[in-house]
Design a protein around this ligand. Sequence first.
Ligand code: AHR
Length: 341
Amino acid sequence: MGQRAKRKLRLISSVLAVLVFLSGCGQDFHKEGEQDDVISKDDSLTVVGVSQIGSESVWRTANTASIQNTFSKENGYFLIFDNARQKQENQIKALRSFISQQVDYIVFSPIVEDGWDTVLQEAKDAGIPVILMDRKVKVKDESLYTAWVGSDFAEEGQNAGRWLAGHLKEEGRAGEEINIVVLQGTNGSTSVIGRTEGFDSVAAQHDNWNILEQADADFTTAKGREEMKKMLHKYEDIDVVVSQNDDMTFGALEAIGEAGQSTGTDGGIILISFDATKSALEKVEQGIINVDIECNPEQGAYIEEVIRVLESGGQAEKEYFVSERVFTKKNVASVIGDRSY
Ligand code: AHR
């Protein structure tokens, strides 16, 4: 019996053992529609355990859909999917469960960068390649993961800054004092670190740009609204809102409307958003959001490519960047129709 077949047999018995254990503990270990397949699964399938952060944003839901569409049975995969509901401890539990099930590959999107050394060492010791999706980890030993697939977040932040500099110039405001507030996503996450560093590096070249505050709004609409409301009370004159995802932008728009102010191309507060989901792009088209910096959630095919390279005995690159664009009223119309998320 080959290595892979033995591994699959071990997998089935250990999955059953884990399921019995979890039902005994009454632990809510959430898998999306996969458990019924465990016993009847085909041994030729490649087993991929995926730990997703949660469902905090429209972007995240699209990212999950990309994974689920790619790692389907029709494509030759058996997917074990876990939603960590925004908790690092749940992600660590999921990773340990994947290790004990002896999956062929672990794919995961780390909620924050710190705190992964121990569990990744366990995966390495078990001989399971780990592919990071979307966000990165800060580990002492880079060999604890095989590859990372995601966005150039620093470039996204720089694109936001460069667009603002160009826009202020076009409007004849390049020399004006410009007051900026920032709604940040999850503290300690790669996307926040990169976007903040990227935008700040452009802001540092403009003495007249004053970043009044960078508030933590956790990538959610509810927190975006709450933090924007506080900042509108605190600061009389806000020229620019940089919102690090579309969900927070929608919350900010509610708060700005409630305060009797407007945003966008009609001379209101300049609104810069990230992600470029369909509903936000519609607001770009309507002139309510000035610019949306795309963050591409469709990462499943890129990850599958890494797995193909590894399956054929090749060496994967350490980093794979997904392609991304910047959308304003001028170029948004051509993409809205095709946007699926
Ligand atoms: O890490 C990518 C970010 O995480 C997206 O911008 C955000 O919407 C998501 O939740």
